[in-house]
Design a protein around this ligand. Structure first.
Ligand code: PLP
Length: 218
């Protein structure tokens, strides 16, 4: 067994049922992705649309491709034919474009709303209040070809585990609150290589792991 398959096996052993593992393959060559594929992995995450399209074209068609990076409105069209889940939706404008492009392909595209939880001044993500406003908006509810199925968050990049826990708790509390009103919210995408165990303890249902599977990136 090669190291990618070994890493995958170890991670899969350590995550509970009901938690989806997204193998984050950004910057990695297709040969590496195929090792993971051959070990049974079917969900892959990329953060650049162009790179995801190229990999989609060349790889088996039963892979579910997740866009985990920031999305520019004018690039939605390139992934609309195949993307399975878009993690980092943070505006109504983007949702409307996803809806428009999904319609052209007669598809419903699944989305997560990115919520800002990190202390550091990140450009992306909605506040709790903005998330609530977006979900309640009639404009959003009238979109027939997008399905908002949960929330996504990124904790501060720090070795302070307490801080990471606090930030994950924050999004988990919001997730639980919103679920009482919107039962279709079922995915909480939190947790990366460095913090996925904490994320799972907090209630993550989807972890996004790159370097712990494929090795460090340049
Ligand atoms: C790169 C990336 C990951 C994976 O990071 P690792 O630390 O390599 O596991 C997860 N989520 C997002 C949004 C990323 O951009």
């Amino acid at each position: 067994m090669n190291s990618i398959q070994e890493n995958l096996q170890n991670i899969n052993k350590s995550i509970p049922e009901g938690v989806t593992l997204v193998a984050v393959s950004k910057t990695k060559p297709i040969a590496d992705l195929m090792l993971a594929y051959d070990a049974g992995q079917r969900v892959f995450g990329e953060n650049k649309i162009q790179e995801m399209v190229e990999k989609w074209e060349q790889m088996p068609k039963d892979i579910r491709w997740h866009m985990i990076g920031h999305v520019q409105t004018n690039k939605v069209k390139y992934m609309a034919p195949f993307v399975d889940l878009i993690h980092a939706v943070d505006s109504i404008k983007l949702l409307k474009e996803i809806d428009k492009q999904a319609k052209k392909h007669n598809r419903i595209i699944n989305c997560l709303l990115q919520v800002k939880i990190a202390e550091e001044d990140s450009k992306f993500g909605l506040s709790n209040e903005e998330t609530e406003i977006l979900l309640a908006s009639e404009e959003v509810n009238n979109l027939s070809n997008v399905h908002i199925q949960g929330l996504m968050g990124m904790a501060t990049f720090t070795s302070n585990n307490q801080q990471i826990e606090t930030e994950f708790e924050k999004i988990k509390t919001l997730f639980n609150q919103l679920k009482t009103k919107y039962p279709e919210l079922k995915t909480l995408s939190i947790g990366m290589s460095g913090d996925y165990k904490t994320a799972i303890d907090t209630g993550s249902t989807m972890i996004r792991i790159g370097s712990s599977i494929f090795g460090t990136r340049n």
